[in-house]
Design a protein around this ligand. Structure first.
Ligand SMILES: N[C@@H](CC=O)C(=O)O
Length: 313
């Protein structure tokens, strides 16, 4: 997979009754791939409420995405099963449904207890060997116990089947040391940042972004990536400042969970979704926050996508 560009992590659209809305998801998929610079769609992740869907719903959503993008970009599925065997079997089913890649989540028990040495490596190996899905190494924040130390990352990054890392370490001391080490160990490893709430400092070291943010402002994020790759700080800063009202209302919130709700509101504002129905445990943000989010898009000059454009996709 060539992920050198923007890989949005789409939300999952629901009907007002709370079922997966396949038509709305296909519309979102078609719009996102119409943006030049979008290189893949990463579904069933945090932004996609992946763990709030049943297995049947997850596989049906993959099929919807594969059909909607019609080969334009690979579909990458979040793999979240807890046990290594469970995750490998989940990946195999995702592959059969049409996915090309796997964004491999850590076992969430590790968030509380930490991981035993070697266990993350085995998880990636099993998923690759069982499914053949090209894997993305997901680096969690330094503040969690599921954040891999450098040796673990280096092992995974040089394993067969691992093509990229989505790095959300949120510790620039580690970022500045570990990203060059990963590149040295595997020059082909694609480096993707996911620091949605402050992307700018990471933009000059990456091949691309794998972000929920890609749902709502893909056009500007593509420009941010281009400026970062050109080492053009002035231009990158300009795009970052333009996005700041949106960043503040979507990602500078109480928690990243709220960010997912805010992404759906943003898609309503942009005319892609008709409503922002979510699934529990997510909660609505309330009218005040909704207005702040809608106003932020106006302040940033990020407008509604015309019906005619959507119909043409
Ligand atoms: N940006 C987030 C959301 C995840 O998928 C992160 O850093 O993990």
């Amino acid at each position: 997979m060539d992920l050198r560009g923007l890989s949005p992590a789409p939300v999952t659209a629901f009907t007002r009754d709370g079922d997966v809305d396949h038509e709305a998801n296909a519309r979102l998929a078609r719009w996102l791939v119409s943006v030049k610079g979008v290189k893949s769609l990463v579904i069933l992740g945090h932004a996609g409420e992946g763990t709030f869907l049943t297995e049947d719903e997850r596989l049906a959503l993959i099929r919807t995405y594969v059909e909607a993008v019609d080969g334009a970009v690979p579909i990458i599925a979040g793999i979240t099963g807890e046990g290594t065997k469970v995750a490998a079997e989940e990946a195999k089913k995702c592959k059969a449904a049409g996915a090309t890649g796997a964004l491999v989540y850590p076992n969430h028990g590790w968030l509380r207890f930490g991981y035993q040495k070697g266990a993350p490596q085995s998880r990636y190996k099993a998923i690759w060997e069982e499914s053949g899905l090209q894997c993305i190494l997901f680096q969690y924040p330094d503040a969690t116990k599921a954040s891999y130390d450098l040796d673990t990352q280096l092992d995974i990054a040089t394993q067969e089947g691992v093509v990229a890392t989505k790095n959300g370490v949120r510790n620039m001391k580690r970022w500045y040391v570990e990203i060059p080490e990963l590149k040295k160990a595997n020059p082909n490893l694609q480096i993707l940042s996911c620091h949605d709430e402050w992307l700018l400092p990471t933009m000059f070291d990456v091949d691309g972004l794998l972000v929920g943010y890609g749902n709502i402002a893909p056009e500007l994020l593509v420009k941010l990536i281009e400026a970062g790759k050109a080492q053009n700080y002035t231009e990158a800063r300009k795009v970052f400042e333009q996005l700041l009202p949106i960043t503040r209302t979507v990602y500078h919130r109480g928690s990243h969970m709220e960010g997912t709700v805010a992404l759906k509101l943003g898609l309503v504002k942009r005319g892609i979704l008709d409503h922002a129905t979510i699934r529990e445990p997510l909660k609505n943000l309330g009218e005040k926050a909704e207005k702040e989010i809608f106003d932020a898009f106006d302040a940033a000059g990020v407008g509604r996508i015309q019906e005619a454009v959507l119909a043409a996709e």
